[in-house]
Design a protein around this ligand. Structure first.
Ligand code: GAR
Length: 202
């Protein structure tokens, strides 16, 4: 069975979308472990409710990265749970080299903008403030940069004149919940290959 590990820090709606998709489509994907750096993350509750194994590994020394020892702990837990793919679902820390090297081309992320526009935090706010007419979301492989890895899938969301950060983020999330589970499925079926920066889907 293709096994994924999900890392989440916040509300966990993407985790929920993955859970629902696997059930509805009846596909052979197992969520082997959900890890959060935040003891209050709703993602942990959502996973427990589904009988999915969870662990909280906080990292109090830094805000935007994990300490070296803590990163090792994450890698250890993911390996122990035989994870084939690591899915960042609103995980608000940047992974460092050793973590990324431990799972070559096996870490993906969902980002709330049309990359390479608006990497980093609160991308929907950045898009709104910049005045672009369209934004969206991106599923990409994780490399050593911030939101710079090869792009797997994207979806476009128009920005409406009366959008607030909240209304826009909500519409972006609706698309995230479609493309993220789909990308995971395509990878699990061996349909995704990377050539340089380009991702090909069979
Ligand atoms: C999502 O919008 C995701 O794209 C974003 O955090 C949110 C998590 O929502 N991720 C990033 O900004 C990563 N740079 P969720 O906890 O409801 O899945």
């Amino acid at each position: 069975m293709f096994t994924i590990g999900v890392l989440a820090s916040g509300k966990g709606t993407n985790l929920q979308a993955i859970i629902n998709y696997i059930k509805e489509e009846n596909i052979p994907i197992k969520i082997g472990i959900v890890i959060s750096d935040n003891p209050n993350s709703m993602a942990l509750e959502r996973a427990k409710k589904e009988g999915i194994k969870t662990i909280c590994i906080p990292s109090y020394r830094y805000k935007t990265i994990l300490g070296d020892d803590i990163e090792k702990e994450y890698v250890k837990v993911l390996k122990e749970n035989n994870v084939d793919l690591v899915c960042l679902a609103g995980f608000m820390r940047v992974l460092k080299k050793t973590f990324i090297k431990s799972f070559p081309n096996k870490i993906i992320n969902i980002h709330p903008s049309l990359l390479p526009a608006f990497p980093g935090l609160e991308a929907w706010k950045q898009a709104l403030e910049y005045g672009v007419k369209f934004t969206g979301c991106t599923v990409h492989f994780v490399d050593e940069g911030v939101d710079t890895g090869p792009i797997i899938l994207q979806a476009v969301v128009p920005i409406l004149p009366d959008d607030t950060p909240e209304t826009l983020h909500k519409r972006i999330q609706e698309k995230e919940h479609i493309i993220y589970p789909l990308a995971i499925r395509l990878i699990s079926e061996g349909k995704v290959s990377i050539v340089g920066r380009k991702v090909y889907i069979k």
